[in-house]
Design a protein around this ligand. Structure first.
Ligand code: NAD
Ligand code: DAU
Length: 340
């Protein structure tokens, strides 16, 4: 168990990282968060506008693969735990251009691990993904013992990072935990991912591109449930362990898209079946019984509730995603922080 008073969150301006910062500052007002984020195309300080001025929430623009930057933070601050959310996270982009995925997801993680080792940080939490396990057939679930069989450059880079975390734990005794979560959805998700892309396109009466036959299955988890799982793991998780996190909500992509269209009162004629993603994983499904049994966690939000809340959020925050879709938000941050 770790006294997590000061947390270095990396990638806190992205989707899950920003939700996690909101969650933690809301629940633990005495904690301090240092948020190291490179502000890549999907890092957006708009995601943190309610908390960014708080004295216990510090933003540092920087790259996790920048050794001196990481060292500087860990030397100056008394960090109790590092939680590494920072990553290139979009599978389609990894297929187009894998290089950056290797640099950020593998080398960046190793730089953080090395910084943690040097500064003797009490705990390192690696935010990994179910995609490291590969693809399932129609039956079965991923457990923590499932062999790693990543199929995309993104998934392979995340699997390599997990192995590097393991190596630092075994070789140097670094206290670490790896979490592997299924597909998240909720507020502040970049509108290149399935759910926010489909909601925002449908609102604007644009086509909804579905890859292949639309029957690929994902296990959807509301991002708030993921944050709660991380809270439990951070405070009560066992060093050296891996924990699967899932939503118990398997849906085909077509089911997800139809739910969105129905809720928005839009016609199915907006659906466009397009060329499949190369190496497209057919099905993910998580067995998270270890987390349930050992730490008494389970998801609270049903998919039906979560998707309605999420649709409402995107409808009410049209400015947020329109600033992204027009690129206006980037011009602003480049003016503020420079294109470093
Ligand atoms: P995201 O793409 O929305 O956010 C990533 C954040 O990392 C951005 O703020 C970006 O600016 C920052 N970043 C990227 N490269 C960086 C670098 N070199 N240095 C510092 N910051 C950098 O991603 P997300 O969906 O919030 O995912 C967060 C983490 O959770 C990732 O590690 C991802 O692999 C993992 N994950 C995501 C999901 C999901 O469904 N979204 C599910 C399981 C695991
Ligand atoms: O499973 C966890 C992973 O979930 C995370 O590790 C990744 O960071 C995250 O991006 C996500 O990966 P997916 O590839 O599952 O998510 P994506 O939203 O890109 O796609 C979800 C499904 O929808 C997938 O089967 C591909 C399909 N899809 C996606 C897009 C963007 C479409 O049919 N059309 C689309 O336009």
């Amino acid at each position: 168990m770790v006294e997590a008073k000061t947390i270095l969150v990396t990638g806190g301006c992205g989707f899950i990282g920003s939700n996690f910062i909101h969650y933690m500052l809301g629940k633990y007002p005495s904690y301090r968060i240092i948020n190291l984020d490179k502000l890549t195309y999907c890092g957006n300080l708009d995601n943190l506008c309610e908390v960014v001025q708080q004295p216990n929430c510090t933003f540092v623009k920087g790259d996790i693969a920048d050794r001196e930057r990481v060292r500087g933070i860990l030397h100056d601050e008394r960090v109790g735990v590092i939680i590494n959310f920072a990553a290139e996270s979009h599978v389609d982009r990894s297929i187009e251009d894998p290089d950056l995925f290797l640099r950020t997801n593998i080398l960046g993680t190793q730089v953080l691990l090395e910084g943690a080792r040097e500064a003797k940080i009490p705990l390192f939490i690696q935010i990994s993904t179910d995609e490291v396990y590969g693809s399932l057939g129609t039956k079965g679930f991923f457990t923590e013992a499932t062999p790693l069989k990543p199929n995309s450059p993104y998934a392979a880079s995340k699997a390599a990072a997990d192995l590097m975390v393991r190596a630092y734990a075994k070789t140097y005794g670094l206290a670490s935990i790896i979490t592997r979560c299924s597909n998240n959805y909720g507020p502040y998700q970049f509108p290149e991912k399935l759910i926010p892309l489909m909601i925002s396109n449908a609102v604007e009466d644009r086509e909804l591109p579905i890859y292949g036959d639309g029957l690929n299955v994902r296990d959807w988890i509301y991002v708030g449930d993921h944050c709660q799982a991380l809270d439990v793991i951070l405070h009560r998780g066992k060093s050296g362990e891996m924990y699967n996190i899932g939503g118990a909500s398997e849906r085909t992509n077509l089911q997800v898209v139809r739910t969105i269209l129905e809720s928005l009162g839009k016609p199915e004629s907006l659906i466009r079946f397009v060329k499949d993603r190369p190496g497209h994983d057919r099905r993910y499904a998580m067995d998270f019984s270890k987390l349930k049994q050992e730490l008494d966690w389970q998801p609270l939000m049903t998919f039906e509730q979560g998707i309605q809340q999420t649709i409402t959020w995107y409808v009410e925050h049209r400015d947020w995603w329109q600033r992204i879709k027009t690129g206006e938000y980037r011009e602003y941050y480049e003016r503020m922080y420079g294109n470093r």
